[in-house]
Design a protein around this ligand. Structure first.
Ligand code: GRF
Length: 197
């Protein structure tokens, strides 16, 4: 299965997916990486792995519609069958959501529907979890629709919140859990246990 990964920042989740494919835990390949951030480590990681990597953004393309056309052209060029958003800070255009309906997934570092929605990303999530005195948090992988973090949840795993956690400590613990969880769940998508289309 050809997977496209979209990422905006560090790309450590992307790296986990690439490594899962390389060591055959995932019977698929990352055939293209797209980022809205030309300086993202995600693009550098893709290039280091010899994976086609594109910096695409509404600014570069001119507007959202032109960006969507460019994205769709690239997804077709690499015969993409599934899209995974791994720290992608933009909403996909409706034309992309429709074309790949039910075949786009996102990973969120909390137990949705709690601590999700617009603005709930990165450290904001973990700060809110600690402020709410939660005893546990976790990771959610869900299908992507036109609302932030609100598509069908396909998998969740819990991560403990410890007494003296700072948002940074908690973020690191959650991110660490993401890496193995990503490989497990994407493996289930590729082998059909989690359906596409
Ligand atoms: C992860 O925390 C993920 O849950 C969220 O974005 C972050 C990606 O981190 N969607 P990285 O850029 O892959 O290191």
């Amino acid at each position: 299965m050809n997977i496209a990964v979209f990422a905006s920042h560090g790309g450590s989740d992307l790296q986990a997916i690439i490594d899962g494919c390389k060591n055959n835990q995932i019977n698929a390949r990352v055939s293209v990486v797209i980022s809205n951030n030309g300086n993202s480590m995600a693009l550098q990681r893709a290039e280091a792995e010899g994976i086609p990597a594109y910096h695409l953004s509404a600014n570069k393309s001119g507007n959202e519609e032109a960006l969507a056309t460019e994205i769709l052209d690239i997804l077709a060029k690499y015969n993409v069958e599934m899209i995974f958003l791994a720290g992608y800070m933009r909403m996909l255009h409706i034309s992309v959501l429709e074309k790949y309906n039910n075949r786009i997934f996102n990973i969120h570092p909390a137990l949705l529907p709690k601590f999700g929605g617009k603005g709930m990303h990165g450290m904001n999530v973990h700060t809110a979890v600690i402020k709410a005195k939660e005893s546990e948090t976790g990771v959610t992988i869900h299908r992507v629709n036109a609302e932030y973090d609100s598509g069908e949840i396909v998998a969740q795993t819990t991560v403990p919140v410890l007494k003296n956690d700072t948002p940074e400590i908690l973020a690191a613990r959650v991110l660490d859990r993401e890496y193995e969880f990503l490989v497990e769940v994407i493996g289930d998508i590729v082998n059909g246990e989690i359906t596409l289309g």
